[in-house]
Write a protein that binds this ligand. Sequence first.
Ligand SMILES: NC(=O)c1ccc[n+]([C@@H]2O[C@H](COP(=O)([O-])OP(=O)(O)OC[C@H]3O[C@@H](n4cnc5c(N)ncnc54)[C@H](OP(=O)(O)O)[C@@H]3O)[C@@H](O)[C@H]2O)c1
Length: 284
Amino acid sequence: MAEIAVEATEIPAQLPDVRVAVLGAGKMGGILLQAFLKQNLFAPEQIHATVGHAARAVALSTQWGVDVSTNNLEAVRQADLILLGVKPFQVADILAEIKPALRADQTLVSFAAAVTTRAIEEASGLELAVVRAMPNTPSALGAGATALCRGRFVKDDQMELAQRLFETVGRAVVVHEKHMNAVTGLSGSGPAYVYIIIEALAEAGVKVGLPRDTATELAAQTVFGSAKMVLETGYHPALLKDAVTTPAGCTIDGILELEEGGLRVTLIKAVMRATERAKQLAAG
Ligand SMILES: NC(=O)c1ccc[n+]([C@@H]2O[C@H](COP(=O)([O-])OP(=O)(O)OC[C@H]3O[C@@H](n4cnc5c(N)ncnc54)[C@H](OP(=O)(O)O)[C@@H]3O)[C@@H](O)[C@H]2O)c1
């Protein structure tokens, strides 16, 4: 049988006209950058990433096949879209460094915790479009929850672009900036709360006789499946809970214990405390 010659075809990037600078391609910046490439949002040659250490730049450039350097100014000069992913305490220095290359037609998306859009706008000295984002750690597996808010000079298409960036690593919602501390307390810290819940459920499984591995797998999948039910059916969680709870059955006995133990109030208080702490940290 004759062989069919298959021509190698390059699939064009979804956003081929946007040149991107990722300043601070660390854990979160690296997660985003790799998701952009994997989902073909941008082609490798559209991206210039930066890190603090030259040796790391060389290693990452080889690993990702994109331009990685320590030259923030150069990266920004060529960019339409700038992602700012350094640690919050480094933001002021980086902004001072890149100021000469910033232009009012660029979009800057910062995911540095606690740094406000106004602080970035003011440091830029321009009417710069600044979007602030708060992603969380499950972004590493494409199951992140990100909230975004817009600065004063962001146009709708720029906001849509920013949202699209974070949809490569999970779900992305838009909130008002006054809610960013609440987002930190809920979805930012939330994975830690849920890990404790999974750990406790697994421990319970062991208590009632299940092997630990089995108990952990069942507990984690139960949390995953329940979350999927809430997200994909759109039903109120109370309705879904009621559907599991047979009159005089087992679940209602379990729920009674949860209510007596104050799980509901404890979780509410945990989010309130973390939100308060985020507020304190943001105030410096
Ligand atoms: N990790 C998360 O789950 C998460 C969630 C929400 C928000 N955030 C926010 O994301 C930001 C980064 O956090 P991360 O966990 O990704 O930290 P990280 O891994 O330490 O990343 C920071 C990156 O910044 C680079 N850097 C340092 N100085 C620089 C400079 N002068 N120019 C360019 N790059 C420089 C570092 O380079 P070297 O590696 O060479 O030192 C590193 O790659 C923080 O502001 C944090 O608040 C993170």
